[in-house]
Design a protein around this ligand. Structure first.
Ligand code: CP
Length: 424
């Protein structure tokens, strides 16, 4: 008799996760308290955990890490901050940037790392009929490491792992409650990507990047854009592409909702699956945040092309890997050029408006052709590099090393900065 097919490990975790369903379906405000300890983040699961105040703090810490990392003595100081820690990188869904930037950042801060990227070579392997559960894996990691950074295609798995850690905290199960960082879960959340996106937006609108001489300076823009301010607030943010299945968009929208006088434009194919989810749409409505949903980069609002009006354009790829046959047919019959940038479209944008993309971009579909990479508005490679500084700041915060970092920074720049006057 042929052996029964072993279930996929993601299926196993979905089954295990069912006991956490009542916790998953609670209001967000009740959940996020459980992801904190002593007034700081413990588990990082949802973008909405980042308050405005915390975002400011993290961006300031990220600036300090960025500066210290720019010379050998600064790097030596950084490498001592968290050198007592070990991290597990548990990435069972593919990743380039998130995995590598967290790995690089751990090294920068002195944290040792190990990894499981392919569960078929761990004891979760269904081929090898060991079939260890995801939750037992997490408990094992917590025996050996001080932090778990995890990505999975199973939605909510990271959140359930945080509940597991909390649940076992006060029980005599020899399980340590170590922080869980969600490095991308299903199509739902990617909080650390949102953090680096926000950090990039803040830096871009502060017009502080001296190295990018091709970018216009704020003082040069006053005549053309008299209402332009040097902050994240008071801006129109446009998102283009697969907005229904893009977790980076969902998480960044959550963060931008926390800023004043922000409006948003969502540009996607007219199909509920690819438009921003109803949950976020109702939150935007409840908060009175103005937004528009349109179906082409060439659309006009109030008779003016949308590209003339936006302060920032966040492009995304169509997530083909989630397509079923119906989706393939829908895309085949849809004019997808409406969701691709061209040099002519970019020329219509405000001269200072950054173009962002979480990456990977689709080299075949070409939502951002490489011809745009040298345009001063293209900020997506800077955005990816900012993942280092934003993620380092997050680890510094979680492990209560912000004071040590500030002290190291002040010592390092004692001769060159006037700390009574300087704004980082
Ligand atoms: N933006 C992002 O999450 O990239 P990776 O999938 O390469 O980690």
């Amino acid at each position: 008799m042929p052996a029964e097919k072993s279930p996929d490990t993601e299926d196993i975790s979905v089954r295990e996760m069912s006991e956490y369903r009542p916790l998953l379906h609670r209001p967000v405000r009740k959940k996020i308290i459980e992801f904190e300890r002593d007034g700081r983040l413990k588990h990082v699961i949802l973008a909405t955990q980042f308050t405005r105040h915390l975002l400011d703090e993290l961006c300031d810490l990220a600036d300090m890490v960025r500066e210290l990392a720019s010379d050998p003595e600064g790097r030596r100081k950084l490498s001592k901050l968290l050198c007592h820690l070990q991290a597990m990188m548990y990435f069972t869904q593919p990743s380039t940037r998130t995995f590598l930037s967290f790995s690089a950042v751990c090294r920068l801060l002195g944290i040792g790392t190990e990894q499981v990227r392919d569960s078929t070579v761990s004891s979760e392997s269904s081929e090898g009929v060991k079939r260890e559960s995801r939750f037992d894996s997490i408990r094992m990691f917590s025996s050996y490491f001080d932090l778990i950074i995890m990505r999975s295609k199973a939605p909510d798995l990271a959140e359930c792992c945080a509940y597991l850690m909390n649940e076992l905290e006060n029980q005599d199960f020899n399980t340590r409650n170590i922080p869980i960082i969600n490095a991308g879960s299903g199509a739902d959340q990617h909080p650390t990507q949102a953090l680096l996106d926000l950090y990039t937006i803040r830096r871009t609108f502060r017009f502080v990047d001296e190295k990018r001489t091709s970018r216009p300076r704020l003082e040069m823009l006053g005549d053309s854009y008299p209402h332009l301010t040097a902050d994240v607030s008071n801006k129109t943010y446009a998102f283009c592409g697969d907005l229904g299945r893009g977790r980076t968009v969902r998480s960044l929208v959550e963060l931008l909702m926390k800023y004043d006088h922000v409006s948003m434009v969502f540009i996607s194919p007219s199909h509920p699956k690819f438009q921003l989810g109803e949950d976020l749409i109702s939150r935007l409505r409840d908060r009175g945040i103005p937004f528009e949903e349109i179906d082409s980069l060439d659309a006009c609002l109030d008779g003016i092309p949308i590209l003339h009006q936006v302060d920032c354009l966040y492009m995304t790829r169509i997530q083909q890997e989630h397509n079923n046959q119906e989706d393939d047919e829908f895309f085949a019959s849809t004019d997808m050029t409406n969701y691709r940038l061209t040099p002519e479209r970019v020329d219509q944008m405000r001269s200072y408006a950054p173009i962002l993309h979480p990456f990977p971009r689709d080299s075949v579909a070409g939502e951002i052709p490489t011809a745009i990479d040298s345009n001063p508005r293209a900020m997506y490679f800077h955005q990816a590099r900012n993942g280092l500084w934003a993620r380092a700041a997050l680890l510094v915060h979680i492990f209560n090393a912000d004071r040590a970092l500030t002290q190291a920074y002040r010592e390092h720049y004692a001769d060159s900065h006037d700390f009574n006057r300087a704004v980082l």
